[in-house]
Design a binder for this molecule. Sequence first.
Ligand code: ATP
Ligand code: LTN
Length: 337
Amino acid sequence: MAEQATTEKKQRIFSAIQPTGVFTLGNYIGAIRNWDTLQKEYECIYAIADLHAITVKQEPKDLRANSLRAFALMLACGMDPKRSITFMQSQNPNHAELSWILSCSTMFGELSRMTQFKDKSQRHADNINAGLFTYPVLMAADILAYNADLVPIGADQKQHLELARNIAIRFNQRFGETFTVPDGYFPKQGARLMSLQDPTKKMSKSDENANACVFILDDKDTILRKFKRAVTDSDTVVAYREGKDGINNLMTIYSAVTGKSYEEIEREFDGKGYGDFKIAVGEAVADHLEPVRTEYARLSADKQYLLDCMKTGSEQAYRITRKTLSKVYRKVGFLDR
Ligand code: ATP
Ligand code: LTN
């Protein structure tokens, strides 16, 4: 039995994050922090989704700088190129290629129901491009090209993952078993952090209001200031209650970085006000992020190392996905190259 366990193939994980800005505390707690932990048990493949990033307008030179920074941040958050495959999405052409084929198995109606599309087309009303609409197909291609078993994502990406599953099932039914149908992997705690300025909106790195999110490279003073200014209600009791979105969000954050339960937090701040609580949250978050900031400073001083890791990762990613693409080409009826 023990022998069987050791020879069993590890399950495969795929996830990605867009280089649209410095990662936020939401990205970190909702997604990236788990990516690190998963490396111990699974075969992990992690990408910087630069192809997805251009669905909103990007200044080319900024995108280039942000992409390199995102890659360094991913490593600073614990992703280890020796244990996992870490790469840039645009450096493996198989993602875009598979995306086209999958788009022919995706219905207009399905894409129209995506809440992120509705939300982003409102926020970028001057640029509702076709890529923004077909974004979830590219995300499905990212996942299915590797036949990933599990996809660690924040709760906001659940709908996209459901679509990826449906595309895989539909393709398999029509052309025969081809893709693994992936499952989502969601963190138990703090799956969705909200904006510090409008706690009904998710904390998002592309928010125009810098006070709305904590970035993982913010220094301690900045973090403390942002939490002090966080929007809460006119109550004073630190307690998790329906409708108290601001304080609930702060409790979620405090719980996620300290591991304390809501009951423990309520007891800790019994008799104290929001002011004390906000300072405590700020301090705990700053301490939690300190190692990432230090590691980022170290890594970003060695650009060549980052480029070498990226190149190796992209080659590994290419090899895996080429096999899937060859199979897909055969299944849909394309002639051999
Ligand atoms: P953008 O503002 O450019 O849309 P984003 O901050 O929403 O970016 P993504 O790159 O789209 O971040 O997402 C990266 C990962 O972080 C995803 O797995 C996503 O689910 C997770 N994530 C993003 N925002 C939050 C949040 N507020 N709370 C928890 N998880 C989040
Ligand atoms: N759309 C994702 C980023 C992303 C992704 C993926 C996540 C692109 N491709 C594949 C998981 C698997 C987002 O987080 N906004």
